[in-house]
Design a protein around this ligand. Structure first.
Ligand code: ADP
Length: 299
């Protein structure tokens, strides 16, 4: 049972502000908090806390932020032997002013070492041999494509942040996991409210084997390959405190479910429960559940 994540490793620098700055304006922050981040690393941490056999493939700088990210991943039971230190580039950083009261934010990402993750870096055993390979779009697209091509197991792609995909990438993906907004962008459709049936029709038009659309507090829509009916898996009712990273936890848990032999609907049930629990604490990694926690709410 093994899961490998190829993707970004960032440090999030959260600055609490009374109000967000306008263009050209300086505002004084109240406090600074550093938190581990990056879609790839968040997915790996979620998967690692849920089960064994998780590898991360990525790049950080030769700096203190890189030390902190490696320690945070290792603390979530992720094997980091393929997270390389990159001379001359800083660890990826997301600077996020957060308005106190409203919780509104701005995000500026400096990818740093993530941009140096190369196709050669992903031509490695953890990618070839993983039961499930998780990919997102915060590292160079040619590297994402190379990883999808080199994969020996099930390929799961989160198409975020939204960007045009190279020809042939989607055809190598077994399960695509967009949120509603990402699905609409990928399908080239107009924004707007859609019913689950309309979303399923958009998902089928992408030509991917299976699509799981995450729908926030509404749960997740499973659109299987072939003509099988779409299935709406309702969210688990929780008192959500912070939904940052819920999608990353969802995908990490989906991977562990699939690696453990569950079918897609069963893995989505597990992921919906894990993602709901992850919203009950602060930040992307503040409340990631363990396997026992998820099983307790499923039983
Ligand atoms: P993203 O974080 O990528 O935008 P979503 O907001 O769709 O993704 O959330 C991912 C998953 O997390 C959802 O499919 C759902 O299972 C779970 N989730 C998100 N918000 C809540 C919530 N308020 N209550 C319960 N579950 C939630």
């Amino acid at each position: 049972m093994s899961v490998t994540v190829v993707g970004s490793v960032n440090e999030d620098v959260l600055v609490a502000v009374d109000r967000l700055p306008g263009r050209g304006e300086t505002v004084v922050g109240r406090s600074v908090t550093r938190a581990p981040g990056g879609k790839g690393a968040n997915q790996a941490a979620a998967a690692g806390l849920l089960g064994p056999g998780v590898h991360m493939v990525g790049r950080v700088g030769e700096d203190a932020a890189g030390d902190r990210q490696l320690a945070a991943l290792a603390g979530s039971r992720v094997n980091v032997s393929r997270v390389h230190r990159t001379p001359g580039l800083p660890t990826g950083t997301a600077t996020i002013p957060v308005e106190e009261g409203s919780g509104e934010n701005l995000i500026v990402v400096a990818p740093g070492a993530n941009e140096a993750l190369s196709p050669a870096d992903v031509d490695v055993e953890p990618v070839h041999r993983a039961d499930v390979l998780l990919l997102q779009l915060e590292v160079p697209l040619e590297t994402v494509q190379a990883a999808a091509t080199a994969a020996g197991g099930t390929v799961v792609l989160t198409p975020a942040p939204p960007r045009a995909l190279p020809d042939g990438l989607l055809s190598r993906v077994d399960v695509l996991v967009p949120n509603e907004h990402e699905l609409v962008q990928l399908a080239g459709a107009a924004p707007g409210d859609r019913t689950p049936a309309e979303l399923a029709a958009l998902a089928r038009g992408l030509g991917v084997r299976a699509v799981v659309v995450t729908l926030g507090a509404r749960g997740a829509l499973v659109v299987p390959s072939g003509d099988g009916p779409a299935l709406l898996q309702e969210a688990l009712a929780v008192d959500a405190v912070d939904t940052t990273g819920a999608g990353d936890c969802f995908t990490g848990a989906l991977a562990q479910g699939l690696a453990g032999g569950a079918d897609l609907a069963g893995a989505v049930r597990y992921a919906v429960a894990a993602a709901a629990l992850s919203t009950t604490g602060p930040g992307a990694r503040g409340a990631l559940p363990g396997d026992d926690d998820v099983r307790a709410v499923l039983d």
